[in-house]
Design a protein around this ligand. Structure first.
Ligand SMILES: [Fe+2]
Ligand SMILES: [Fe+2]
Length: 276
């Protein structure tokens, strides 16, 4: 079976996760329409109180660099843009599953989002909020497998634990594809733009990026650093190396690594009590 056929056969069996709450589906569709305004999007989000509260908590968290300064949903939409808001709304719903049954991955995702935002801002990259959002969603493929294919997920986890192999390796053995490919499929299904889907799909192989190389590199580096800091669980029993292609893509000499680490650590402390 080719990789394309494998991913097709896996995704055909997946039915659980992509059923998002109706309001979330409406919001993600609305932000795609060409002449929608920030007010309209804000109004729709505000119609759901629980979702609004979650969105406000997320946008005021340290990932986005405006802690405690965004008081209304329409302000959030204007400040962060439609793509980020869409990512935030999706994260807020999807991560409910993580918060209850995949706590380690939830902490890993939040940590990666903080680290990505910090690195992107240190490098002066445009739209650091979008890069944080890609990092927040980078391991979404794992959630999908856990929810929709629980027997397979348990087999993967057992292989990792018993044989000390990488999570991706075990996924490929059991499913024929890994969570990065599944994440790409899901984020496309959800209508995410390439600026988010490319870093999600290539976060483990930044050398394969032909576009958005800097974004892919930032998410890859953040993912690795957060594992090295021991925050949450990235899935593997060890911390992998940062691939040289990622350093090349961002220009390692452009950053003060020690200062960056300190900043990431203080962002992590701030978010420690963040309950969505
Ligand atoms: Fe991953
Ligand atoms: Fe990860």
């Amino acid at each position: 079976m080719s990789r394309a056929e494998k991913i097709k056969s896996i995704t055909k069996r997946i039915q659980g996760l992509p059923t998002l709450p109706p309001v979330v589906r409406k919001i993600t569709a609305l932000v795609e329409s060409p002449d929608v305004t920030a007010q309209e999007v804000g109004k729709l989000i505000s119609s759901d109180q629980v979702l609004s509260a979650k969105v406000l908590k997320l946008v005021n968290s340290p990932f986005y660099g405006f802690p405690g300064r965004i008081s209304s949903i329409s302000h959030a939409v204007i400040l962060l843009g439609f793509n980020v808001i869409k990512g935030v709304v999706l994260s807020a719903s999807v991560f409910e599953i993580m918060e209850t049954s995949m706590v380690g991955l939830w902490a890993h995702s939040l940590g990666s989002a903080i680290a990505s935002g910090t690195i992107a801002r240190a490098l002066g990259l445009s739209e650091p909020e979008e890069i944080s959002t890609a990092a927040l969603l980078h391991d979404i493929g794992k959630v999908l497998v856990r929810v929709s294919l629980p027997a397979e997920y348990n087999r993967i986890a057992r292989i990792v634990e018993a044989e000390g192999r990488s999570f991706r390796d075990a996924e490929t053995e059991v499913l024929g594809v890994d969570h990065a490919e599944i994440g790409l499929w899901l984020s496309r299904e959800w209508g995410m733009p390439e600026r988010l889907t490319v870093p999600i799909s290539l976060h483990h192989e930044p050398e394969a990026a032909t576009k958005f190389k800097d974004r892919v590199a930032v998410v890859h580096i953040a993912d690795t650093l957060i594992r090295a800091f021991g925050v949450g669980s990235g899935g593997d029993p060890w911390v992998g190396r940062i691939r040289p292609a990622a350093w090349d893509a961002i220009g390692m000499d452009r950053i003060d690594l020690v200062g960056l680490m300190r900043e990431i650590l203080s962002g992590l402390e701030e978010v420690e009590n963040l309950q969505l």
